[in-house]
Design a protein around this ligand. Sequence first.
Ligand code: ADP
Length: 186
Amino acid sequence: MGPPGAGKGTQAKFVAQHFGIPAISTGDIFRANVSEGTPLGKEAQRYMDAGEYVPDEVTNSMVRNRIDEPDAVPGFLLDGYPRTLAQVEELDGMIGFTGHRLDAVVVLTVDDDVLVERLLQRAAVEGRADDTEDVVRRRQELYGEQTAPLIEVYRDRGLLIEIDGLGEVDDVTQRIFAALDVIPES
Ligand code: ADP
C-alpha cells in the first residue's frame, strides 16, 4: 500500500522477484486492458482518467480471476489491491477459498511534496493519462478517504509493516527486505 507515487509498482517487482511469485498490479492490468481496447478496459478507462476508483465489483472479479491462474498458486504479491474496505472483505473471502493467507501488508510512506514531484516527473517520462495535476490531486484525496483507513485494519491484525519510502530505490528495497526478514540477493 501507499499513496499514488509512493513507489509501490517499483518495489512490488523487486519483492515479487525475490520470492519468485507474481506481482499482481490492478493498475497495470487495467492499463493493459485499456491499451488492448477490451470491454474491461473500456469500462475502467473512464474512472481511471478521472482519478476515480474503478467500481469494486469490476476490480474484485478481475483479482479473483487473476489469483486463480496457475502461477499464483504458490503465492502472490498484490500491488494496488485492496484499496477499499469492501475490497478487504472480498480478498479475505477469496483467499479463504484458495487456502492462501496474508503474510504481511507493506505500506510505503512518503511526504506529500515529494509525491507530487515524482508524479509530475513520471508524467513527463511515461505520459500516463492520469498523471495530470488535477487527476493526481483527486487520486491523493481518494487514497486518504478510502484507502488510508485500511492501514489501521491491517495494523490491528498485526500484519502491517511501515516502510519509509524516501530515498534511493535500492535503499527502500533493502528496508523492505530487512522488515520482511529476508536476505537480499546480491
Ligand atoms: P496509483 O496508485 O499510482 O494511482 P495505480 O496504477 O495503482 O496507480 O492505479 C491506477 C488507477 O487504476 C487508479 O487510479 C484506479 O482508477 C484504478 N485502480 C487500480 N487499483 C484499483 C483498485 N483496487 N480499486 C479500484 N480502482 C483501482
